[in-house]
Design a protein around this ligand. Sequence first.
Ligand SMILES: C[S@@+](CC[C@H](N)C(=O)[O-])C[C@H]1O[C@@H](n2cnc3c(N)ncnc32)[C@H](O)[C@@H]1O
Length: 214
Amino acid sequence: MIVGVEIRPEGVEEYCEQHTTPLTELHARLAKTTEENTRTPNYLVGPLEGSFLKLLVRLCQAKRILEVGTFAGYSALSFAEALPADGSIVTCELDPNAIEIARRFFAQSPHAKKIEIREGRAADTLKNLQGPFDPCFIDADKPSYDYYYDRCLELVRQGGLIVLDNMLRYGRVLNPTDEDARIVNALNARIHNDPRVENVLLPFRDGIMLAYKL
Ligand SMILES: C[S@@+](CC[C@H](N)C(=O)[O-])C[C@H]1O[C@@H](n2cnc3c(N)ncnc32)[C@H](O)[C@@H]1O
């Protein structure tokens, strides 16, 4: 990189959004409700990543998806829209306020019947699930990411994809000084050296790790 030259000049993300197939009007309303009713509206993946995840589901020809971290349901809705009529998502969440919003919006979607929320600690839910899933999307508490990755590797089908969000911690993985950045940095190295997967770490939003189970 040339010193002083931004990799992503201001406005590029908006430009990408404007040149990407948009999500639905339900997504826009969900984002607004999340903004007004939660303290963490930045949790949801947003329009660009949502469209990316949706396309990924189409490319995988996914039938059964596992999501760790529902929040208000934005990414789950993106997945659901790309699934075939007999497809399904199991999505894990422990925050009752987030679950209430998610349920309210799922009920307004023609894809509602594809989505099953499992309430409680995701680690407990994952323990009792049976695979195969494809893809598995990990987007929850960072201290549990190691467990989620290992368990998802058991649950994902061979030739399936694990997608991990927030794998750059807004650049803090380069020089980790906080606990989450240290955990994510160590996990990036572990995935990169894991002979069971082929991986790519995308510098897209806060970093998306794709790990393909060989
Ligand atoms: C970044 S948000 C998920 C955003 C969501 N994927 C989206 O794009 O709309 C992370 C979520 O994980 C949930 N979470 C944190 N720790 C959890 C745990 N141990 N078990 C289940 N959910 C957890 C949080 O309550 C939060 O709603």
